[in-house]
Design a protein around this ligand. Structure first.
Ligand SMILES: *Cc1c(COP(=O)(O)O)cnc(C)c1O
Length: 476
């Protein structure tokens, strides 16, 4: 097997993968957004039986390319507006090829100086880009889910340590109970993180939000006033429906006053920090104790890329550090695995490094501002039509729309049905991918812009497709 990598089949596999990737990227912008191939069909293409004998790598790649044909959501195409799914910068894609070839696993600085250096530099760059306290430490994780877990684990460490309890050593049985205040609009991954941390997804004080989905400061103040013992407050920068940011400048001083730990789930919304124009919606977020955010959403890096950021490095390490005698440490070097839940992991900082370097600070700001400008443009184009309402203040990249038939403004059930039908018809047209969802018990069409590939023309085209779908739904 010594020439495994140089063999004809291996070379052919690499070349074929590269060629197919280029072909895909050249076509994805014009590809239909209607994915007709179903999961069982893909299963049939993949073959159902575990193979007894291996095949040449190039044959496997060929089979994969065929199996994926028509079965991929064109999330990189620029007209995919469902969920907050970013595209991928070519610098990140190219780095993924190299990363895999290098088989890099940043962990032990003695063995892997390259990956460890990139990891630490990217952490510093992210603090600078997001203008968060420079003394913070950064764990590069798979995404905001793990970022939330990391922040909450650090909070648990620090809050219980202050109460005289070593949670890493003693666990939670018999520990002073932590009161958790959490937005009623919190993302499900925050509840999941609370579950992982042993704090209970349901053992929380749910804080009421305003019409945009922002935590109400008066409700936070009231809950803090009645809470006793250690307190964790979970807030959000970027509501997944409205993009709304919690009022951090009001909440943070209250948390300080009560010695509460303030965590921010800023999966996509924290990127408002890069823009003077958007930053005004997120004032005071820098006063928090921990933050979770993604790179694979607004920053348009490949997947499995996010950050858990903690102001107090001792709390961060208290929760995440690993020590084992066989994991030799190099003097003066930073071992990234001390800051994250996993030991072995891919070098996920490297594509992030490449993406930030390719864009530069100005490019990152411009990318985020452009996405948010597109969301406002969509709001203007759709709400110019009678019967179409944008239900949120478009403060970031999210807009939610509701459709009403002429003369039936009071019939909420009819508007629910029309909204779902318009959304489905627009998507099935292949022109753009929009998704229906619920907001305050009513159906809405949810629209997110998170891909640098999206152009002004794409927005015009998507708006036209949605309005055409509306005409068709009304005529049907
Ligand atoms: C996407 C998202 C998450 C989870 O992030 P992953 O990267 O999917 O782990 C958490 N919170 C919010 C608000 C999100 O949009």
């Amino acid at each position: 097997m010594s020439d495994e990598h140089g063999s004809r089949a291996a070379e052919a596999a690499l070349a074929r993968a590269y060629e197919a990737a280029r072909k895909y990227l050249r076509g994805v912008h014009e590809a239909s957004n209607h994915v007709a191939v179903t999961q069982p069909e893909v299963r049939a293409r993949l073959g159902t039986k575990l193979p007894d004998k291996g095949e040449p790598a190039d044959a496997v790649i060929e089979a994969l390319i065929r199996a994926a044909d028509g079965a991929l959501a064109p999330t990189a195409g620029g007209r995919f507006f469902a969920y907050v799914i970013g595209g991928t910068h070519p610098a990140g894609i190219a780095t993924e090829f190299l990363n895999a070839a290098w088989d890099d696993k940043p962990g032990t600085p003695l063995v892997t100086p390259f990956g460890c250096a990139v990891d630490s530099l990217v952490g510093e760059w992210v603090l600078e880009l997001l203008d968060l306290p420079r003394e913070s430490s950064v764990g590069i994780v798979t995404g905001a889910s793990m970022g939330n877990f990391l922040g909450i684990a650090a909070a648990r460490h620090a809050l219980l340590k202050r109460a005289g309890w070593d949670v890493e050593a003693q666990g939670l049985f018999g520990a002073p109970p932590i009161t958790v205040l959490i937005s009623e609009e919190a993302h499900p991954t925050v509840h999941k993180a609370l579950r992982f941390a042993g704090l209970g997804a349901k053992r929380v004080v749910s804080i009421e939000t305003d019409g945009q989905g922002r935590m109400r400061t008066d409700r936070v103040a009231a809950a803090l006033a009645t809470a006793s013992g250690p307190i964790l407050v979970c807030t959000q920068a970027g509501n997944i429906m409205t993009g709304a940011m919690d009022p951090f400048a009001e909440i943070a001083p209250l948390c300080r006053q009560h010695g509460a730990w303030l965590h921010v789930d800023g999966a996509f919304g924290l990127w408002a920090r890069v823009s003077p124009e958007l930053n005004r919606f997120i004032q005071g977020v820098e006063l928090a104790d921990s933050w979770a955010t993604d790179a694979h959403k607004m920053l348009n890096t490949p997947y499995d890329a996010g950050f858990g950021i903690v102001r107090d490095t001792a709390a961060h390490l208290g929760a995440m550090d690993i020590s084992a005698s066989y994991l030799a440490q190099a003097a003066g070097a930073r071992d990234p695995s001390r800051y994250v839940p996993e030991l072995s992991r891919r070098a996920r900082a490297t594509p992030i490094y490449a993406t930030i370097r390719a864009l530069g600070r100005d490019g990152v700001r411009e990318m985020i501002e452009t996405c948010c400008g597109h969301a406002r443009r969509m709001r203007d184009l759709l709400s110019a039509r009678a019967g179409v309402a944008c239900l949120n203040e478009v403060v970031f990249n999210q807009a939610i729309f509701r459709f009403t038939a002429p003369g039936r403004a009071d019939d909420e059930a009819a508007a629910d049905a029309l909204t779902v039908e318009v959304t489905t018809r627009a998507r099935e047209s292949g022109e753009c991918w929009v998704q229906s969802s619920t907001w305050r018990n009513r159906m809405v069409m949810r629209f997110s812009v998170a891909d640098r590939a999206t152009t002004a023309a794409d927005i015009e085209r998507a708006a036209a497709a949605v309005l055409r779908a509306c005409d068709q739904a009304l005529a049907a």
